[in-house]
Design a protein around this ligand. Structure first.
Ligand code: COA
Length: 218
């Protein structure tokens, strides 16, 4: 792993560097990718570099590159924007630009990992996002990560010759913690059962990878 800032099960987050400008522009300019984004104009590399140079200067925004642990392959980016200290909320955005990796759970894992950072490090209370109704893959990934549908702005997005609704989704810190607890529960139960199965004997140490996974996710 190279310059990892947050580590998940199969992915990690690292800061975006100037050298990433060409791949970011390629991702955003791909019509299948930006059909889910607000971008409707092409991005050239000077603009992309300018944007990257601005990262880290604003206190209300944090953006990461999403990288596969296996092979250190950059596959996308995600971030928290408009971080609001009084309301303790932020706007979430994501793109997996390498389309070969769609539908393999990486988007959902990235949402969980950035939620963990937002709630447990930045002390946020709420994450929110907007998603277009013609982007069911994104809606499904957000639902799997715990986001709930909160509203619908009718016909707020024009794309491919017609208007589509814009959906509003949100996730609260307590909801995130309940979900994480539920996700951990089966592993903990299995651990307790193993303990009970051999009375009088100390439980066998769990594999290091499993322990690391828990530490990284709490
Ligand atoms: C949206 C995005 C982040 C999702 O990432 P991903 O890694 O492909 O998502 P996941 O694999 O975690 O989850 C996708 C889910 O949607 C499902 N799905 C895919 N196509 C679908 C469709 N047409 N209708 C309904 N569900 C669909 C998948 O089967 C999967 O659900 P499952 O695990 O229950 O089977 C990614 O596709 C992307 O970056 N797209 C382009 C940019 C974009 O739209 N960003 C979001 C802006 S709001």
């Amino acid at each position: 792993m190279d310059n990892a800032f947050r580590i998940g099960e199969r992915i990690y987050f690292r800061p975006i560097e100037l050298e990433d400008a060409p791949r970011l522009a390629r991702w955003i300019n791909d019509p299948e990718v930006h059909r889910g984004l607000t971008a409707i104009f092409p991005k050239n590399q000077p603009r992309e570099r300018e944007w990257i140079e601005g990262l880290g200067k604003r206190p209300d925004e944090v953006v990461f590159l999403i990288v596969l642990k296996e092979g250190d392959v950059p596959i996308g980016s995600c971030g928290l924007h408009q971080i609001h200290p009084a309301n303790r909320k932020a706007l979430f955005g994501i793109l997996i630009g390498e389309k070969a990796y769609w539908n393999q759970g990486y988007g959902t894992e990235a949402v969980r990992l950035i939620s963990e950072y937002g709630f447990n490090t930045l002390n946020l209370h709420r994450l929110e996002l907007t998603v277009y109704e013609n982007n069911p893959r994104a809606v499904r990934a957000y639902e799997k990560a715990g986001f709930k549908l909160e509203g619908r702005r009718r016909e707020g997005r024009f794309w491919e010759g017609r208007f589509w609704d814009v959906l509003e989704m949100g996730l609260l810190d307590r909801e995130f913690r309940e979900l994480e607890e539920a996700r951990r529960a089966p592993a903990e139960r299995a651990g307790k059962e193993a303990e009970g199965a051999a009375p009088g004997k100390a439980p066998a140490p769990r594999p290091a990878a499993e322990r690391c996974k828990e530490v990284c996710q709490t």
